[in-house]
Write a protein that binds this ligand. Structure first.
Ligand code: NDP
Ligand code: GDR
Length: 344
């Protein structure tokens, strides 16, 4: 039975990955931060919070000595580093914290591997945000990076330090450059879940209007549950490497708004431009979406679209769920939750 550490167990990907590893018979040490009110709602939704092979341990990614002890005490053979300050918007407000957690945090784990057991396999959660102001379309493993946020810059450091430990110390460190992946377990600060939650509330008469920032940003959105399977495959490969996981389809935030309303049977029409743009419910004439410039970012990533052909060839990984199916799944989950008074 393999033992794995999953950092960031309270997050979207941590929950899905823990579920997958438990199904495969792993013992999983899931790490969470000590806070005044730790939240395991995702693990509870997946029904794995009480699983006998899931051990929840306190750990902060910024603490090297804790990383060393974590490895010594668990004897883990695989580490999936999913922990990060992962919200791009916040990284502009908290650039130093973001650098410490998202950039240097993975280095603590790599150092722990180097010191305690260099045979441990390491997955680093890299991101399409590293492409930022994109230099080629679609983006692949060899596309030059040009990050556009403190988050993207921090992730780029973590990506290269993973490559560097692979080349310097022969550590099995793989980096997954994952494009946006969403699910009903997505945090509500991210745009897809913010939209599906608001659309559900509007449908149920609990909210009048959704406020958003840049509607023109284009993203390559896939289903998170499929992406964590790709992470696992990366650590089962013969060699450590860097892989893009994406769907090779891109849509605007505006498209996603339209799709989410459509999933509740509401047709919307967009009127106006820039900060004046609104969406109208064509049946009632009510404004159901408006722009709030507070959600604009100091620098934006305008267009992301990734080609996962390398991962398909080497790992047999392919996305399956369409964006329409994903959006519907999220809207339906948020309708159920809002009806039940759920608040995460
Ligand atoms: P989430 O924001 O849902 O989860 C992030 C996790 O990191 C949470 O469990 C959080 O804990 C934990 N964390 C934050 N700071 C620390 C710290 N100092 N020490 C220990 N744990 C910490 O992210 P996702 O699940 O969506 O993403 C997983 C990873 O993949 C992240 O690294 C993200 O940057 C990256 N990524 C995500 C993509 C996506 O589209 N989802 C795409 C590409 C990369 P807490 O609950 O206490 O805040
Ligand atoms: P992103 O995701 O920045 O791509 O990072 P997010 O959903 O936050 O933004 C996507 C795009 O939507 C635009 N947008 C808004 N975003 C938010 N959050 N709220 C709004 O109101 C809003 N209005 C418009 C944004 O400007 C942006 O262009 C996610 C995170 O999961 C990262 O951790 C991960 O690395 C990348 O995806 C890949």
């Amino acid at each position: 039975m393999t033992t794995a550490i999953v950092t960031g167990i309270t997050g979207q990907d941590g929950a899905y990955l823990a579920e997958l590893l438990l199904e495969k018979g792993y013992t999983v040490y899931g790490t969470y931060r000590r806070t005044s009110s730790v939240n395991f709602w995702r693990l509870a939704e997946l029904g794995i919070e009480e699983h006998p092979n899931l051990k929840l341990v306190e750990f902060d990614l910024t603490d090297l000595s804790a990383a060393i002890r974590l490895l010594q005490q668990t004897g883990a053979k695989e580490i999936y580093n999913l922990a990060a300050q992962s919200f791009v918007g916040v990284s502009f407000e908290q650039p130093v914290t973001t650098a410490e957690i998202t950039g240097i945090g993975p280095l603590n784990l790599l150092e722990a591997i180097r010191i305690v057991d260099p045979t441990v396999r390491f997955y680093q959660a890299s991101t399409s945000e590293m492409f930022g102001k994109v230099q080629a379309v679609p983006q692949v493993e060899s596309t030059p990076f040009y990050p556009r946020s403190p988050y993207g810059v921090a992730k780029l450091y973590a990506h290269w330090i993973t490559v560097n430990y692979r080349e310097s110390y022969n550590i099995f460190g793989s980096s997954g450059i994952l494009f946006n992946h969403e699910s009903p377990l997505r945090g509500r600060e991210f745009v897809t879940r913010k939209i599906t939650d608001a659309v559900a509330k509007i449908k149920l008469g609990k909210l009048d209007c959704l406020a958003l920032g840049n509607l023109d940003a284009k993203r390559d959105w896939g289903f998170a549950k499929e992406y964590v399977e790709g992470m696992w495959r990366m650590l089962q490969a013969d060699e450590p490497d860097t892989f893009v996981l994406a769907t090779n389809r891109t849509e605007t935030v505006r498209d996603f708004v339209e799709m989410a309303f459509k999933a509740t049977g509401v047709a919307v029409e967009f009127r106006g431009k820039d900060e004046e743009e609104i969406a109208i419910d064509t049946a009632t004439g009510k404004t159901v979406m408006r722009i709030d410039p507070r959600f604009y970012r100091p620098a934006e990533v305008e267009l992301l679209i990734g080609d996962p052909a390398y991962a398909t060839g080497k790992l047999g990984w392919k996305p399956k769920t369409t964006l329409e199916e994903l959006c519907r799944m999220m809207v339906e989950a948020d309708l159920r939750r809002n009806q039940a008074g759920f608040s995460f």
